[in-house]
Design a protein around this ligand. Sequence first.
Ligand code: OAD
Length: 253
Amino acid sequence: MEISELEQLLSGARSLCVLTGAGVSAESGVPTFRGPDGLWRKYRPEDLATPEAFARNPLLVWEWYAWRREIIGKAQPNPAHHALVELETQMAARPGSRFTLATQNVDGLHERAGSSNVIRLHGSIWVLRCTECGEERWDESVPLDPFPPRCASGDPPCGALMRPGVVWFGESLPPEAWGRAAEAAAAADVFLVIGTSALVQPAAALPLVAKRSGARLVEINADPTPLSDLADLTLTGKAGEILGALRGRMNTQ
Ligand code: OAD
């Protein structure tokens, strides 16, 4: 019943904006941040994903990211990622329609599934950025060598410590990514929010921006969130199962 409501809402959408969080990758085996498997050793993400934590103990922070890089490197996109590719394709075939996918995830699984123009609000775990010269490089090697990584740019090489190219607590989102996402949220007539606890700002404000601008808000999540009561439609369950079922229906039409 709820799936048919979801299907109906999506089939009528002219400007669809999707926001995903860690829950969309959970069925790919990537741990979420705030679930029961969210703790790494005894640390919460708020204890590790900050400039202060990195300044205090870069090796500890890098060990956390190295652990995540190892898991993500082996992970495959799941039916939720694939269904979003299908949705993008279907929207592209509708004249005058618009599809935007913004993610808080740094794992790149949307891109690996085939989504295009993904707005990465929190950067990428595969980007390394020099703490001195700001040079960035794309590096998918697991394990990293040397560890922690050092900047190789310049002659002689800069040699300074590199940091993960992700957004930490207390840092601003990349302005271009944020601008595109905020604009798409305000222009959406349907906003689909999937697998996020909706606790981390400013990303958590996007569904509210959309709702205030008149969008129908749809949430898919394993658990209730602060958005659940505001949503026009809430589907409770695993994103891969729900979106996998939706994809099955889309393909039989
Ligand atoms: P969280 O770990 O906070 O929330 C994940 C959400 O997904 C929770 O609401 C879960 O109930 C839900 N969930 C778990 N498994 C699911 C499944 N199979 N299907 C659907 N939902 C599922 O992750 P985010 O909201 O993405 O930022 O966290 C936001 C940001 O906080 C992250 O981008 C990261 C983190 O600290 C930074 O590192 C800056």
